[in-house]
Ligand binder design. Structure first.
Ligand code: AMP
Ligand code: ZN
Length: 139
């Protein structure tokens, strides 16, 4: 997949829109999120335009994961958070606002109150098994 002329992240890749660049290699780019949850919040994208996890090529997601690991270590060293979440949204229902695959690197504070975590509650094992079977049918 190439570039989408209407995509803000493709414009960043092309240099037509500025960014606070952290890192780039042949396949990926990492830059600061301009609406940060906390200091150090940044994004990793494949340079090629893939809207979501459903379209992304295996090589592109591998490259993005490699870059995310590298950048997350640097963020961790630079802002010494209590932890870091990697977050990635697919579709409006999941809160995706930019339709170019991206990984968020989100530094966290233990008391930041971000509603990103949930209380684990024991599930119904029969129901879990049934859903697992349904998913396996598509693998
Ligand atoms: P999502 O809502 O998961 O699709 O995340 C999109 C993210 O991109 C948001 O956190 C935005 O703040 C961020 N964003 C949008 N435009 C830009 C931009 N021009 N430069 C940097 N970050 C951006
Ligand atoms: Zn794009």
């Amino acid at each position: 997949m190439g570039a989408d002329p209407n995509c803000i992240f493709c414009k960043i890749v092309a240099g037509a829109v500025p960014c606070f660049k952290l890192f780039e290699d042949a396949e990926t780019l990492a830059f600061m999120d301009i609406n940060p949850v906390h200091d150090g919040h940044c994004l990793v994208i494949p340079k090629a335009h893939y809207p979501t996890i459903f379209e992304i090529a295996p090589g592109a997601i591998e490259a993005a994961a490699r870059t995310a690991a590298r950048v997350a270590k640097a963020v961790n060293a630079a802002v010494t958070p209590d932890g870091i979440n990697l977050m990635q949204a697919n579709g409006e229902g999941a809160g995706q606002s930019v339709g170019h695959f991206h990984l968020h690197i989100v530094p966290r504070r233990a008391d930041d109150g971000l509603l990103f975590n949930w209380e684990p509650k024991p599930g119904d094992m029969a129901h879990i098994a049934e859903i697992a079977e349904r998913i396996r049918g598509f693998l």
